[in-house]
Design a protein around this ligand. Structure first.
Ligand code: ZN
Ligand code: ZN
Length: 238
């Protein structure tokens, strides 16, 4: 099924569920009326809180971290809502690999809650999947998330600015020191007139090498302000 068709079907099924049947919360089983997770479970999610505006590493105050002062990442800002810890890691895996597309709006709503007071970008660009991976999985979770954010924030989305040119080994399967090399020449950019301020959309920020490779290309196209938006970020212990 085409991606758009799949996403529409998932939204329809979620709406039908919420209208007709109480949904058991995915985590605790309590009956929910309008979404697949109950308010108590959402409240218990591991929120990032104050963090470095550049890389979203949690800090006691929101100032640029030492790591970014020494080796700034390519993006100007990073925005993430949760630490990539239980149960967020499991829910993102369900969203990404197990067709639980009804989680898209839950994640997007939680992001929008914190984004609506910020200066918003003019365009959302999802991190693309290689076409082979897209065929296997049937959808790109980053695109689904970007579509939901686009609807809720009223920001247009570009599906074809970035193209995955190489079918890279999944970053999560590699040791950290090999991930940068793995992302070399991973993307191509379709030349188009891009606005000055854009946000890249992905599910999780880990080492940042995937985003760095994409941001570099957008910079070369003349984009001056590039943000990276993710649902969660892993916590560094170095
Ligand atoms: Zn619950
Ligand atoms: Zn930082």
């Amino acid at each position: 099924m085409a991606m758009d068709g799949l996403s529409k079907l998932a939204h329809r099924v979620a709406r039908l569920y919420s209208n007709l049947l109480p949904i058991p919360c995915l985590l605790c089983g309590v009956h929910c009326k309008t979404q697949p997770l109950c308010a108590d479970c959402i409240n218990d999610f591991p929120k990032l809180g104050d963090c470095c505006p550049r890389c979203a590493t949690p800090l006691t105050v929101a100032v640029q971290c030492g790591h970014c002062l020494n080796q700034p990442p390519e993006q100007d800002k990073s925005f993430s809502v949760f630490a990539y810890l239980s149960p967020i890691d499991r829910l993102i895996a369900d969203f990404k690999y197990h067709d639980k597309l009804y989680l898209t709006d839950v994640f997007a709503d939680l992001m929008v809650e914190q984004l609506k007071h910020k200066t918003l970008p003019e365009l959302l660009i999802p991190i693309p999947l290689h076409r082979r991976r897209l065929r296997q999985r049937g959808y790109n979770q980053a695109l689904e998330l970007a579509k939901s954010l686009s609807r809720k924030l009223g920001i247009p989305i570009s599906k074809d600015t970035l193209v995955r040119s190489r079918d890279t080994v999944p970053q999560a399967s590699l040791p950290y020191d090999q991930r940068k090399h793995n992302m070399r020449r991973a993307f191509n950019v379709n030349p188009s007139s891009l606005p000055q301020h854009v946000a890249l959309i992905d599910d999780v920020l880990t080492t940042g090498h995937t985003a760095n490779a994409a941001v570099k290309l957008l910079r070369q196209e003349g984009v001056s302000s590039i943000e990276l938006w993710t649902i969660a970020r892993t916590i560094r212990h170095d």
